[in-house]
Design a protein around this ligand. Structure first.
Ligand SMILES: NC(=O)c1ccc[n+]([C@@H]2O[C@H](COP(=O)([O-])OP(=O)(O)OC[C@H]3O[C@@H](n4cnc5c(N)ncnc54)[C@H](OP(=O)(O)O)[C@@H]3O)[C@@H](O)[C@H]2O)c1
Length: 399
């Protein structure tokens, strides 16, 4: 029995609220707080209708540490689950430190004025969290999150040595809009338009945005072209996978999406620096976000599936081995269950499962930790039961 404070009432926050509400034995009291109270209230009403439970709601500016500390002190949660934006990671970690509460997020910190995501800012909290006897779990979404756990499982059960990992992420769904992003547009576009990066033989190799592409055969979807991107789980996995020689991250994009993105970039709409407009400074990408569909609004009528996994090669008992560990998730089924699309769902379910691991003491250690640093098996067992079944497919090893 525990109390959880969820911060952020977007597409992912809604799924987390529903999934926590489905597990009253663990999450006995739930408070959803965000910048806009009306969004929390809408989610509260949906949770009441679909899950038959009442959750609390509150307004909070998560950039303001004192405000969050006051909210923590009044609600007294056992865990703060951050599904606001990466910009809020550090103020929320500060608030947890001040109030002595465990912390979990799904995306690493990035400064608002620089499209650069790295763990160094959050790793800097390690000693303070250890001293305070509280825990922070980094990146408990799908990627990062489940992908880290798939790698930990491969290391524990499937391989003696892991040589290469390709994380492959495909959304083969269709939302019927000319251009939309499946999670926060600002964060999504910043991620895609920055340089790519992968790790090989102990070194990071930088690429131009979308410089490399490759076709992969995605389970239940088929062959799709995916582009090499930098993704944050690479930074911790290179530290925790033994014998690793190369790790890369690939994501699919449709031609329509790439064409829109190219035009928006060419005309300056994806810029993150302020420009003067009629005597006012505006940040073009923030203005663009205001025009694009809200990711949560895509859920109704969304068809198709996501197919995300880790393609891993290495050695087991002296023999070469290649496997794909993956999950396939159907947009329409997510909508039926919690009125969400699959990208929010595949993020929100692992956030709830990570929270359960912490609250039940199955994953519990003071300090700042990554998903692959814990036993993958209880997490994966729970993940399958909570709506994201996963599979291991044996493949012919490369020569
Ligand atoms: N690991 C993964 O697999 C994965 C995948 C997808 C997304 N994510 C992460 O999940 C998070 C949520 O994504 P999303 O699609 O749900 O985004 P979203 O729909 O834009 O929702 C973000 C929510 O955070 C709230 N918020 C923003 N600033 C705030 C502040 N200062 N104080 C309080 N609340 C604030 C927003 O409030 P308003 O309603 O007022 O705007 C909004 O409700 C993001 O960090 C994203 O990067 C992770």
């Amino acid at each position: 029995m525990s109390r959880v404070l969820i911060i952020g009432a977007g597409g992912v926050g809604a799924v987390v609220a529903h999934k926590c509400a489905q597990a009253p034995d663990v999450f006995s009291e739930i408070l959803l707080a965000s910048r806009t109270l009306s969004r929390c209230e809408k989610i509260r009403d949906d949770v009441r209708e679909l899950q038959g439970r009442t959750i609390g709601v509150a307004q909070v500016d998560a950039d303001n540490v004192d405000e969050t500390v006051a909210l923590i002190q009044s609600f007294k949660p056992d865990l703060l689950l951050n599904v606001a934006l990466p910009y809020q990671d550090l103020p929320l970690m500060d608030a947890c430190l001040a109030a002595g509460v465990d912390y979990l997020d799904t995306a690493n910190y990035e400064p608002i004025d620089e499209a650069k995501f790295e763990y160094k800012w959050q790793w800097a909290y390690r000693e303070r969290y250890e001293k305070a006897g509280i825990m922070a779990l980094m990146g408990s979404g799908f990627d990062p999150g489940v992908t880290n756990v798939f790698c930990a499982y491969a290391q524990k059960r499937l391989f003696d040595e892991i040589h290469t990992v390709d994380i492959i992420d495909c959304n083969a769904g269709s939302h019927g809009k000319a251009f939309a992003t499946n999670f926060n547009p600002e964060i999504n576009i910043r991620e895609i338009t920055q340089n790519g990066r992968y790790w090989e033989n102990g070194e990071w190799v930088e690429t131009k945005p979308m410089q490399y592409s490759q076709t992969f055969d995605f389970p239940e979807v088929g062959e799709r072209k995916a582009y090499l991107l930098y993704h944050e789980e690479l930074e911790s996995l290179v530290l925790h996978l033994k014998g690793l020689k190369r790790i890369r991250f690939w994501m699919t994009f449709g031609e329509e999406y790439l064409t829109h993105l190219r035009v928006l970039q060419n005309v300056g709409m994806t810029r993150i620096d302020p420009v003067e407009f009629q005597g006012q400074p505006i940040v073009p990408i923030q203005f663009l976000k205001a025009l694009l569909p809200d990711p949560a609004s895509l859920a109704e009528g969304y068809t198709g599936k996501t197919s995300i996994g880790c393609l891993i090669e290495g050695v087991k008992e002296g023999q070469p081995r290649k496997v794909l560990i993956y999950n396939v998730c159907d947009h329409a089924e997510c909508h039926r269950e919690v009125r969400a699309q699959a990208v929010s769902y595949t993020t929100g379910v692992p956030a709830m499962v990570g929270a359960k691991m912490m609250l039940t003491g199955q994953w519990k250690r003071a300090g700042v930790w990554h998903m692959e640093q814990f036993d993958p098996e209880p997490f994966l067992e729970e993940l399958g039961q909570r709506g994201l079944p996963w599979h291991v497919k044996e493949l012919e090893p490369s020569r």
